[in-house]
Design a protein around this ligand. Structure first.
Ligand code: GLU
Length: 502
């Protein structure tokens, strides 16, 4: 049987990075087993619907390279894949479950339920209380039907029978047991005619022939209700296999990673930037922070899963062939942002120069810098070992695009003296004409000049570096000069002399 997996986010805002990990694991499993990965949008909670969130989810998956085979925005024959377009379907199944005796119509108004909650500690609608409420069990089905015909608002609730053990064989957690007597009679269909998550999720997983459900651990308690729904509908034989993923923890190692942690720890916790209505609801994304999607994916894949051994770098194809649910851990995985940065460095170092150049291009454009691709390629190969993020090429490496903005005064104080002026003037002349245009020969010539003038390389080279780039950090100085060109390097020595005498 072809495995069919789904990612089923609710469009309630930006997609949290934990959601991207869930999508990734579903995708990896589907690809590994030649299955299908689909995107279903679970938008039945109209109160929490946020415009733009659906597009955000689709764009995030595309950017990350986790592209669904079917789903909203991706076509497919099992749709519609947006739950708000499937209202009729849920209606039919909710009533069917009442017919089958596993659900009932309930007429208690929100006010009435609230009064009960006020009056009784821990009041909930369950097998103990439903006999005291107004529903098709206490009224009788005929009366309930005529109430519905009269237009009285009603909900459909799952009828949970006590006295049973509900066992779930979770592929990550092992056997998990729930006591049915402790479960409440969940609402399945709301008074506005919309299904709740539980009904829509189970009906759709069944109709879309989902074989494996991989989702966050916060959904584990709901699974008990889901099992009862599968049973109630007579679908137990084709119930999907469940895997509940461990939490992603804060960088400090305890507590669930939250969207607020992004601002708190100065790191992205969303794949793409998101502009909400307030600044508190606006977040920077991995993409905008300068991450390569491959690096983010590699980082996320290892948050809770590892195939064993020491290996850490995996391309998406390698992840697909290595992935297995047995190697998903039970305990929470710490969101170690330093590790994410390390992955990004590794991926930047491994990219071909022309690919890097095209990634630098938009950042150079934004700053009004030189956008010649050959030049960006040169900058890429000189800087790639020294950057963490793509924008670093034009930020840390700004001096490839504009004059030095600040000079390292410490080095100047240590090395400079007025007597060097004539020698530096000569160097200006030399740099405007040097031949051949090649770093190692240039280096040899300059070292020769230094020696002839009676200095040591350590007296002059640091100052030259400061003149060209302002800092002791950065790529080899003569490679930098070759990138800058004769005229610009000569001009930089002149500017340095002006700076020093001002
Ligand atoms: N709509 C749920 C969510 O937002 C889906 C949970 C599930 O995968 O069953 O995560």
């Amino acid at each position: 049987m072809t495995p069919r997996l789904r990612f089923a986010p609710s469009p309630t805002g930006a997609l949290h990075i934990g959601g991207v990990r869930t999508a990734l694991y579903n995708y990896l499993f589907a690809r590994k087993h030649n299955g299908v990965f689909l995107l279903r949008i679970e938008d039945t909670d109209q109160g929490r619907y946020v415009p733009g969130a659906e597009d955000y989810i689709i764009e995030s998956l595309k950017w990350a390279g986790i592209v669904p085979d079917e789903g909203v925005g991706f076509g497919g024959n099992e749709g519609p894949y947006r739950q708000s377009d499937r209202k009729e379907i849920y209606h039919k199944f909710a009533h069917e479950l009442v017919e089958r005796g596993h659900a009932y119509y309930a007429f208690d108004t929100p006010d009435e339920l609230e009064q009960r909650r006020q009056a009784e500690d821990n009041f909930t609608c369950n097998h103990l209380t439903r006999g005291t409420l107004t529903n098709s069990l206490t009224l009788g089905m005929d009366d309930a039907r005529s109430w519905i015909e009269e237009g009285r608002p009603y909900v459909v609730r799952l009828k949970v029978e006590p006295g049973r053990e509900i066992k779930i064989n979770d592929l990550v957690r092992g056997e998990v047991t729930f006591q049915s007597g402790e479960l409440d009679d969940k609402v399945l269909l709301k008074a506005d005619g919309m299904p709740t998550y539980h009904l829509a999720n189970v009906v759709d997983d069944h109709l879309m022939r989902i074989t494996h459900v991989i989702r966050g651990e916060e959904w584990l308690p709901s699974t008990a209700h889901h099992v009862l729904l599968y049973e109630g509908f007579g679908w137990s034989d084709t119930m999907p296999v469940f895997s509940h993923l461990p939490l992603i923890l804060k960088p400090v190692g305890s507590g669930k990673l939250s969207k607020r942690d992004g601002a708190k720890f100065g790191m992205p916790v969303f794949p793409l930037s998101w502009k909400g209505e307030t600044s508190e609801d606006s977040f920077e994304g991995f993409r905008e922070a300068g991450f390569l999607p491959e690096a983010m994916i590699n980082f996320l894949a290892l948050l809770g899963w590892h195939p064993g051994g020491d290996r850490e770098l995996f391309t998406l194809d390698e992840l697909i062939s290595e992935f297995s649910i047995e190697h998903i851990g039970k305990s929470g995985a710490r969101f170690d942002f330093e590790k994410a940065k390390w992955f990004n460095q590794k991926y930047i170092q491994s990219l071909p120069t022309d690919v890097l150049a095209s990634l630098i291009l938009p950042h150079a454009e934004k700053k009004g810098y030189n956008t010649d691709m050959a030049y960006l390629g040169q900058v890429a190969s000189l800087m790639r070992e020294r950057v963490t993020f793509i924008p670093d090429f034009v930020e840390a490496g700004y001096y490839f695009f504009e004059p030095v903005k600040s000079y390292d005064q410490e080095t100047i104080a240590k090395k400079w003296n007025e007597n060097l002026i004539p020698f530096f003037n000569n160097l200006t002349e030399f740099f405007s004409n040097f031949e051949p245009f090649e770093a190692s020969q240039l280096e040899e010539q300059v070292k020769g000049l230094i020696q002839t003038a009676g200095y040591k390389p350590g007296d002059i080279l640091p100052l030259l570096r400061i003149a060209f780039v302002g800092t002791m950090k950065g790529p080899a100085v003569f490679d930098t000069v070759v990138a800058l060109g004769r005229e610009e390097s000569a001009a930089r020595i002149r500017r340095f002399l002006e700076h020093i005498s001002s």
